[in-house]
Design a protein around this ligand. Structure first.
Ligand code: ZN
Ligand code: ZN
Length: 391
């Protein structure tokens, strides 16, 4: 089919503060405003579609309306808000904890239009203590939320599905997706920073769902540390729905994500002394409290072998902030030279890079692209790091 193009999409970006300075995601950076996200995505990161995940907040809805009224953006008739170089998808993250969840579970919902998001926000307001904040607990059964999302032509996606906190599979109990959700009303599954396609494919029950890889950014710089490339006709909501259903050549053609080893919850570590511990054994410090890593968790959950779905490649990438000695000033120089991070990470040659930065950093960027850097694995809430002594 002709007329298809590739779009870079990061669909899990939080908002730190509203225009009036009110906190939305309290733990997120104050500089993470709606305006800054739009600008940064286009000029620094090279992202085509941003999923802004706190659009249920009434003041944010108001800001978006204002942007449309001022002519800064328009709502596409196929859904999505089109700014000059970026499209915004209206998203929200909510915390569910009904009697089947066995602990809080985060999910994402996306809606095609402002009106639908406003309707959902009002519905949330009746089931939530404070809808001016991000990722709040909803007092409602999961399947009823799913039905509401579908009724409003939205998409329902379990978020960061394997992280040890607030996720579907991260808890210490063996839980199937069917026990918590209506499997027919799930549109995709978000992998999260400590897992990738190969790891998630150990769960056969996920075989029907597309995987999303998003940044869950709490600051501007963290945007696009994970994203996907989607092949479709236009950057619109309807086209995205068609891409998830793989209609007529559309689809996610690659997931780009952090090497899971760099994720904060890859290894299992002792909650007391922070050292790595072996599965089913107490730590040498005597403590039995552990923060279970995603890799161990997935092994426990993995089902019997069966046929797995053909999937787009999951490409491990190492965000520039992990490259040793690559500080703020150097990053600025690189952006001035190469336009945006996508160009540096994926296409600049070593010679081109060396014209702007030290040979050491240029080598490291190329080695990161080829998966040749040595990684000390993350765990227990601490990111992994690059440990090559020399390149
Ligand atoms: Zn979350
Ligand atoms: Zn989030």
């Amino acid at each position: 089919m002709t007329g298809l193009r590739n779009y870079v999409a990061d669909l899990h970006i939080h908002i730190g503060r509203t225009k009036s300075g009110a906190a939305v995601k309290i733990t997120a950076a104050r500089t993470l405003t709606l305006e800054a996200i739009i600008d940064f995505a286009a000029t620094k990161k090279g992202i085509d579609i941003v999923g802004v995940i706190d659009c249920h907040v009434p003041e944010i809805l108001g800001q978006l309306r204002e942007a449309i009224d001022n002519g800064e953006a328009y709502e596409d008739e196929e859904g999505g808000i089109r700014f000059p170089s970026v499209t915004l998808f209206l998203g929200t993250e909510i915390e569910i904890n009904d009697e089947n969840c066995q602990g809080p579970v985060h999910v994402l919902a996306f809606f095609p239009t402002l009106v639908k998001m406003e309707q959902f926000s009002e519905w949330l307001g009746k089931r939530m203590k404070n809808r001016t904040l991000s990722s709040q607990r909803i007092y409602e059964k999961a399947y009823i939320i799913q039905r509401k999302v579908r009724e409003l032509s939205g998409l329902f996606i379990p978020a960061h599905a394997f992280t040890p906190f607030k996720s579907l599979y991260g808890k210490g109990v063996k839980l199937s997706l069917k026990e918590v959700f209506d499997p027919d009303l799930i549109d995709a599954v978000e992998l999260g920073l400590s897992s990738d396609t190969e790891m998630a494919d150990q769960l056969l029950e996920l075989r029907h769902y597309p995987y999303l890889s998003n940044s869950d950014a709490h600051s501007l710089e963290k945007m696009a540390r994970e994203y996907q490339v989607i092949q479709m006709k236009q950057p619109t909501f309807l086209e995205f729905v068609k891409a998830l259903n793989q209609e007529e050549g559309r689809g996610i053609i690659a997931n780009y994500g952090l090497n899971p080893k760099l994720g904060k919850y890859h290894r299992t570590i002792c909650a007391n002394c922070q050292l790595e511990v072996v599965a089913n054994q107490p730590c040498s410090c005597g403590s039995e409290k552990k923060i279970k890593g995603v890799s161990e968790r997935l092994k426990e959950l993995s089902s019997e072998k069966g046929e797995i779905k053909a999937r787009p490649p999951y490409i491990h990438q190492i965000p520039l902030e992990f490259i040793p000695k690559l500080g703020k000033k150097t990053l600025e120089k690189l952006r001035n030279r190469f336009g945006n991070d996508m160009n540096m990470i994926h296409s600049a040659t070593e010679e081109e890079l060396t014209e702007t930065v030290s040979p050491e950093i240029a080598k490291a960027i190329i080695a990161a692209r080829k998966g040749e850097l040595m990684i000390q694995e993350g765990g227990g809430g601490r990111y992994g790091k690059i440990v090559n002594e020399r390149l």
